[in-house]
Design a protein around this ligand. Structure first.
Ligand code: ADE
Length: 247
């Protein structure tokens, strides 16, 4: 997977991409991340990349010429990549959208800045606008980091062989069950005995119930689209009535 990030602040990415799994993925050649400084494509004397908005109002708008020049140079090298603009007004990022994006050849991500981007860039080139949540960041760079990270997890070989992006919270439509490792007791808190029982069927059942319980309390709307067995529906009813905490 090839990621091309168009930004005014390439330095913002040096930390996130030089540690842990993304670093390993880059070193193994599974993902390629190229940073493109939009300012390098501002050809006026002062290399201006933003200007006052027509019609007035607060803040600055990213200018169309440097951004399109940068985009055109990147697109020429990557004609099949999808162009994404990070913006709070975009489609909400979800695990299913992440999985869709992981099937692309490459992603060109424009990190929006200031009060916005001249809308003609969007009209001319943007395939998809993406928001990482209903809040406003100072710029699209952190959103681009989130996108690269989440999409990379679906690239074969990025996660360890025993891990799967499909098994995670949201991967199966529910939140994850609680996990524990040694020691079996810490400050009086013990690991649920079923996990030490070696009974894999019981462990599976317990985990499924814990997932349902966590989802019920933290993200009940996710249960609406989940296929549940009769027994699981009964369990949810028990939770609704204030029971099921020990299950
Ligand atoms: N830029 C500013 N806020 C953002 C958000 N919530 N998602 C994506 N890009 C953004």
């Amino acid at each position: 997977m090839k990621f091309d990030l168009l930004t005014l602040f390439p330095g913002m990415f040096s930390g996130p991409f030089s540690e842990s799994m993304i670093k390993n993925a880059v070193e193994k050649g599974l993902v390629e991340i190229s940073l493109h400084n939009i300012r390098d494509f501002a050809f006026d004397k002062h290399r201006v990349t933003d200007d006052y908005p027509y019609g007035g109002g607060a803040g600055m708008v990213m200018k169309v010429e440097p951004l399109t020049a940068c985009l055109e140079s990147v697109k020429a090298a990557r004609p099949s990549s999808k162009v994404i603009l990070t913006t709070p007004g975009g489609r909400p990022l979800s695990q299913s959208l992440v999985e869709e994006l992981a099937a692309e050849d490459g992603l060109i991500i424009i990190c929006g800045r200031y009060e916005g981007v001249d809308d003609r860039v969007r009209e001319l080139y943007v395939d998809l606008e993406i928001s990482i949540g209903d809040f406003v960041l100072t710029g699209g760079e952190p959103a681009a980091v989130v996108l690269v990270d989440a999409v990379s997890r679906f690239i074969p070989g990025v996660l360890g062989s025993s891990e799967s992006a499909q098994d995670d919270s949201f991967g199966n439509g529910l939140l994850e069950y609680p996990q524990y490792t040694r020691p079996p007791e810490f400050r009086g808190l013990t690991v649920p005995p079923v996990l030490l029982s070696g009974n894999h069927l019981e462990i599976k059942r317990w985990r499924r119930r814990q997932s349902l319980r966590r989802t019920f309390f933290a993200r009940p709307e996710l249960l609406e689209t989940e296929a549940l067995t009769e027994e699981e529906k009964q369990f949810i009813r028990t939770l609704r009535n204030g029971g099921g905490i020990q299950d």
